[in-house]
Design a protein around this ligand. Structure first.
Ligand SMILES: CC(C)(COP(=O)(O)OP(=O)(O)OC[C@H]1O[C@@H](n2cnc3c(N)ncnc32)[C@H](O)[C@@H]1OP(=O)(O)O)[C@@H](O)C(=O)NCCC(=O)NCCS
Length: 214
């Protein structure tokens, strides 16, 4: 039995815990949730008796073969930084797929990623490492997500959409077929993205346009 530690103490960690609990409810898993590794202060939720440890202290000790990590930090660049740190110390990552999520034919999910309830990879979809797909998000055929992407609740990606690394799509946003967004694109809640963008920008509105930098 492996110990699963969830890195984070905010909403994303609570959501990832919900996925782990749903999996545990389906039957014995190869792991058991041991607790939370927090970056700054106590969790924003009741850990219900699970352990809470400071993640920097945890990182200082060498990993044991029975330790599994899932990095549950919503912000993609922070998630990448923390995941790379754990990887460099030799920690291994869990990939969690909620029992109600659908992974369609010829689709794949990278290590460390989490698919929350009712998320759907339709067919021929590739999801990179350490992605967080929130409840009810869906990726239609031939979609591709780089590493460390976050899809908010109810995000809809149409067919042939490609997202670079660390893209962060807000709740209820959608992306038109065949659009490509470069790394570090943020998409605001409710936006409709209809054209390619090279990345490193925040797109908002319908149709989505880059938010002016002040
Ligand atoms: C777009 C976004 C990233 C901008 O965040 P921010 O930089 O903190 O921006 P602010 O909240 O300070 O808002 C700046 C301006 O943009 C506007 N704005 C913010 N989000 C917007 C959106 N989604 N669509 C249109 N306008 C938006 C604000 O009204 C504000 O306008 P003003 O300057 O005229 O008052 C954020 O608002 C957003 O939509 N995030 C999605 C979060 C999410 O869904 N996460 C899922 C977690 S499970």
């Amino acid at each position: 039995m492996q110990d699963l530690w969830i890195v984070g103490g905010s909403g994303a960690a609570l959501e990832v815990w919900a996925v782990a609990r749903a999996l545990e409810a389906t039957g014995p898993q190869a792991w058991k949730v041991r607790g939370f590794l927090v970056l700054d202060g106590p969790p924003e939720f009741d850990p219900e008796g699970l352990e809470v440890q400071d993640e920097s202290a945890f990182l200082a000790a060498p990993p044991t073969p029975s330790t599994l990590i899932v990095v549950a930090l919503g912000e993609p660049s922070l998630r990448e930084k923390v995941a790379r740190l754990y990887a460099s110390k030799g920690f291994r990552f869990a990939t969690l797929v909620h029992p109600s999520a659908i992974i369609g034919p010829a689709s794949s999910v990278g290590g460390g990623s989490v698919l929350m309830a009712l998320s759907v990879l339709e067919t021929h979809v590739k999801v990179g490492e350490h992605a967080l797909l929130n409840v009810g998000s869906s990726i239609a055929h031939n979609g591709s997500l780089g590493d460390f992407c976050s899809l908010g609740p109810g995000v809809r990606l149409a067919g042939w959409v490609t997202l670079g690394s660390r893209c962060d799509l807000g709740v209820g946003s959608c992306v038109r077929p065949r659009v490509t967004l470069g790394p570090d694109t943020r998409v605001g809640a409710g936006a409709a993205v209809v054209a390619d963008h090279p990345g490193a920008a925040t797109l908002i509105g319908i149709p989505a346009v880059p938010r002016p930098t002040s």
